[in-house]
Design a protein around this ligand. Structure first.
Ligand code: BTN
Length: 260
C-alpha cells in the first residue's frame, strides 16, 4: 500500500492531512504519541505492528499486509472539552466508510468496537498526550480487512471484512480504497465535534449494538447489570438497573451482553 495511492482518493478535510505508510512500527499510536504537531492531522499507516495495543493493555494482533492499522494525530489550537465525543464520531465514520465499500452492516459496540454480525471487525483507541504547550489527540484504528484466520481464543468473537462477505465476494478487498474512504469520513465526522454531534448521535444510536440489550459491565472492578436504555447527549451509556433506577456509564473495563 502506498501513501500516494491513498492520497489521490482523499477529499474534503482529509485531502490536506499529512500521510505516511511504513512497513513496520511498534504501534502507530506510540509512534505518533507525544510528537509535537500542528493542528493539521498527521496520519501514519503501518503494514505491521510489533506491539499493537488495544484498550486497557490488550494486545492488537493483525497479520502483516492484510489489514488496516493506522493512527491520526494532531494538536488542536484549542482542545475542546468535548473531545471525549471523538471516539463515537470516529466509530460512526469508520462504519460509514465500511458500508460505502463493502456490502455489510456495521454496528458500534460502545465505546470503541465495530461489529459485523456480532463479531468485532475493528477497534478504536483514542489517547491524549501533552508534548508541548498544546494537548495532542491521537486516534488509532485497527480494521481486520483480509484476515482469514484468527487465533483460537478469539475465533468466535472476531471477524474480518473478507470473512463477513464470504460467499458473496471471493477476493481480497481493496485496502487502499477502504483506507481513503475511512479518512474521508473521519475528516467529515470529526469536524462535527461541536455542532454536528446531535445529528451524529441519532445515527450512532441507530448503529448501537448494545441498545435495548441486557448487559454486564465491569466498572472500577465491580460488575454492574442492567438494560441499555439510551445513549445520552454525550454518547454515554444509560443503563436501567433491576430496581428501576438508572445509571450512566462514562467508561468501562469491559461490557458484554448477558442472555437469559
Ligand atoms: C481496541 O480494540 O481495544 C482498540 C484497538 C486499536 C488498534 C489500533 S491498530 C492502530 C493503532 N495502533 C495501536 O497500537 N493500536 C491502534
Amino acid at each position: 500500500m502506498k501513501a500516494s495511492e491513498i492520497r489521490t482518493r482523499l477529499r474534503g478535510a482529509a485531502a490536506s492531512w499529512e500521510l505516511q505508510v511504513v512497513d513496520e512500527v511498534t504501534s502507530t499510536n506510540d509512534e505518533l504519541k507525544c510528537r509535537v504537531m500542528s493542528s493539521s492531522p498527521v496520519v501514519l499507516f503501518a503494514e505491521n505492528q510489533s506491539q499493537g495495543r488495544g484498550r486497557r493493555d490488550n494486545v492488537w494482533r493483525a497479520s502483516p499486509g492484510k489489514n488496516l492499522m493506522f493512527s491520526v494525530g494532531w494538536c488542536p489550537e484549542v482542545v475542546s472539552p468535548l473531545w471525549p465525543r471523538m471516539t463515537s464520531l470516529a466509530a460512526l465514520g469508520v462504519c460509514e466508510a465500511i458500508e460505502a465499500e463493502v456490502p455489510v452492516e456495521a454496528k458500534i459496540k460502545w465505546p470503541n468496537d465495530i461489529l459485523i454480525d456480532g463479531r468485532k471487525v475493528a477497534g478504536l483507541l483514542a489517547e491524549t498526550c501533552c508534548p508541548g504547550p498544546r494537548v495532542q489527540l491521537v486516534l488509532g484504528v485497527g480494521l481486520n480487512v483480509n484476515e482469514i484466520e484468527f487465533p483460537e481464543e478469539i475465533r468466535g468473537i472476531a471477524t474480518s471484512l473478507r470473512l463477513a462477505v464470504k460467499g458473496r465476494v471471493d477476493r481480497d478487498l481493496d485496502r487502499v480504497s477502504l483506507a481513503a474512504e475511512i479518512l474521508n469520513r473521519l475528516g467529515e465526522r470529526l469536524a462535527g465535534l461541536e455542532d454536528g454531534y446531535a445529528e451524529a448521535l441519532s445515527e450512532i444510536r441507530q448503529r448501537s449494538w448494545l441498545l435495548r440489550k441486557q448487559v454486564r459491565a465491569r466498572v472500577s472492578g465491580q460488575d454492574v447489570y442492567g438494560r441499555v436504555v439510551d445513549l445520552n447527549g454525550e454518547g454515554e451509556l444509560v443503563l436501567e438497573l433491576a430496581d428501576g433506577g438508572r445509571t450512566t456509564l462514562v467508561s468501562v473495563e469491559g461490557i458484554r451482553e448477558v442472555v437469559g
